[in-house]
Structure formats: structure tokens, C-alpha cells
Design a protein around this ligand. Structure first.
Ligand code: AFP
Length: 281
């Protein structure tokens, strides 16, 4: 597994270089969710594929930018599911974006996630790695090398509130709940990039990130294998919780297809309890 983490560190520097120096325009293609791909989406995907071709423990890769499962080493042990450049539509306005990795052993379901990692490309590059046996660890790139900074933990209750989707399409009880958080003093923090938004809540001690079911997207927007499950491990191991709109733990998700989505809520324990009451679950 260590070899996979070291490869993710190399990938992070290569993608950061591409973001800073390469073409920001659109490619001619679409990803399997029908979204236009930036040249950077395609390039980041290729950087990751090439890197894992060199790692014999990686049996398969599954990318948000690819249709299905791609076998790399038939004798490998792990499948790495990744979103190469999440929030890439924010690159042209120079906001932070990220890469997300879920490392699975066996069938692709949350219970088989053995570790996850995400990279934030911001003023500095940061990396958080989560496994099932310790608090997630934060690394920061200093002088071209990732230095371990600290373990990360969520407080019991936070102050930040990030709720995705178009408000016009929120269900009435979701809107009532989000309004109640603001009425009790929570501050809005939402950039539209899942990685920096969840990273901010994690490092500032807590709060709530939601991407709910909406009238136009009843299963939410965020993809289970590449986005939801990897972050669920980070939040749960940091002492928080991660649930869907029925109150079920996201660490129990079993995707039927690689690109399945799920409504998702990540937060400190207090906010998740409040959400469950508001949703009646
Ligand atoms: P893009 O990759 O299309 O920029 O989408 C980013 C994202 O998947 C995720 O990073 C955000 O949390 C979410 O979409 C924002 O979606 P809304 O704009 O609907 O809130």
C-alpha cells in the first residue's frame, strides 16, 4: 500500500504542474456522465493511469473520466478508483481543485475500501491519507517534498455549513434544515469544489457538507466510488460521520455501477445528529 501512497505523491506534483502550466481549454470529448472534459481532466487522468501502470500491486483502475474498469496488472491486489481533477470547472477562475483516490481490495463496495487519499491543489499542495486504523494524516508540500504535518480530528460540533446543488431544486425539509443552521450561527463556506470544501471543514474543526437529493438529481450528484466513499472514510476516521439521506452510513454503500451517485452528508457528530432529526431518519 505504501507504494500506492508514494505514487499518489508523485502524481500530485505532476498534476499540479499541469494545472499551473498547461492548456486550460476544453477537449473534444465528454466523460461517461456526459460532462464536457477539459484538456486538464484528460491529462490528469493520463498522468494517473501512467503512474499506476508502474505499480504492480494495482490490479485495476476506475476513473471518473473513463467508462469502465481498466485492468493494469492481472496479479495485482488493489483497485484504485479516482477522480483525477475534481472541481475542474473552477480552474479557469483560479480556485482550489483536487484529486480523490479510493483504494479497494476485492469487490467495489465501501466495506472493501482499505484506504483513501485526496490532494488539494491550492496556494500549496496538501495531501490527506486515511486508513482504517488511525486518524487521517495531513501532509503539505514544502520545498518539493510532502512533509507530515499532523493527524486530523473533527470537533464534536463545528461552525461551517456547505450545501451543494441549486437551492431552487432543494427539497423543502432540506432548505428548512440549512436555514436553521444559518439561523443558529453557522457560516456559509462553499466554493463548488468538493475537495477544498470538505478539506476546509475538516481542518477548521467541523461543520457540515451536504450534497442532497434534489428535484433534478434525486440521487445527488457526487459519485460513490470516486468521491463519496473515499471522503466518508476520511470523515469517519477523523471522528465525524458520513451518511446518506436515509440516515445510512456511507461506509455501507454498495454501488451497482462505477458511476453511481448518492446523496451525501459529511460532518461532525452534532450536525449529523441534527440532520437526522430534520430528515426524520
Ligand atoms: P465539476 O467537476 O463539474 O466542477 O463538479 C464539481 C463537483 O463534482 C464537486 O466538486 C462539488 O462539490 C460539486 O460538483 C458542486 O456542485 P454544485 O455546483 O451543483 O453545487
Amino acid at each position: 500500500m505504501n507504494e500506492i501512497f508514494e505514487t499518489i505523491k508523485k502524481i500530485a506534483f505532476d498534476i499540479d504542474d499541469a494545472i499551473k502550466n498547461h492548456d486550460l481549454g476544453y477537449s473534444d470529448g465528454e466523460n461517461s456522465s456526459g460532462e464536457s472534459q477539459l484538456k486538464l481532466d484528460v491529462e490528469s487522468d493520463l498522468i494517473i493511469e501512467r503512474a499506476f501502470r508502474e505499480v504492480s500491486s494495482v490490479k485495476n483502475i476506475v476513473s471518473e473520466e473513463k467508462e469502465g474498469v481498466l485492468e493494469l496488472h492481472s496479479d495485482g491486489e488493489f483497485t484504485v478508483c479516482y477522480d483525477p481533477l475534481d472541481g475542474s470547472s473552477l480552474v479557469d477562475v483560479n480556485l482550489s481543485v483536487g484529486s480523490i483516490f479510493g483504494i479497494y481490495k476485492g469487490e467495489l463496495k465501501a466495506q472493501n475500501l482499505v484506504a483513501s487519499a485526496y490532494v488539494v491543489y491550492g496556494p500549496r499542495i496538501e495531501l490527506v491519507i486515511a486508513t482504517r486504523d488511525s486518524k487521517p494524516t495531513l501532509y503539505r508540500s514544502i520545498g518539493g517534498v510532502f512533509k507530515k504535518i499532523s493527524e486530523v480530528s473533527l470537533n464534536e460540533k463545528g461552525k461551517l455549513n456547505a450545501s451543494g446543488g441549486t437551492q431552487q431544486n432543494w427539497l423543502p425539509y432540506h432548505k428548512t434544515f440549512i436555514d436553521s443552521l444559518f439561523a443558529s450561527g453557522y457560516r456559509l463556506r462553499y466554493s463548488g469544489g468538493m475537495v477544498p470544501d470538505l478539506h476546509q471543514i475538516l481542518l477548521k474543526g467541523g461543520g457540515l457538507f451536504s450534497y442532497p437529493a434534489t428535484s433534478d438529481k434525486p440521487n445527488g450528484k457526487l459519485r460513490q466510488l470516486f468521491e463519496v466513499i473515499p471522503f466518508a472514510l476520511v470523515y469517519v476516521m477523523a471522528g465525524g460521520e458520513a451518511i446518506d439521506d436515509k440516515g445510512r452510513g456511507l461506509m455501507d454503500l454498495v454501488p451497482s455501477f462505477p458511476h453511481d451517485t448518492s446523496p451525501c452528508f459529511f460532518g461532525s457528530k452534532y450536525e449529523i445528529e441534527a440532520l437526522k432529526k430534520a430528515y426524520g431518519v
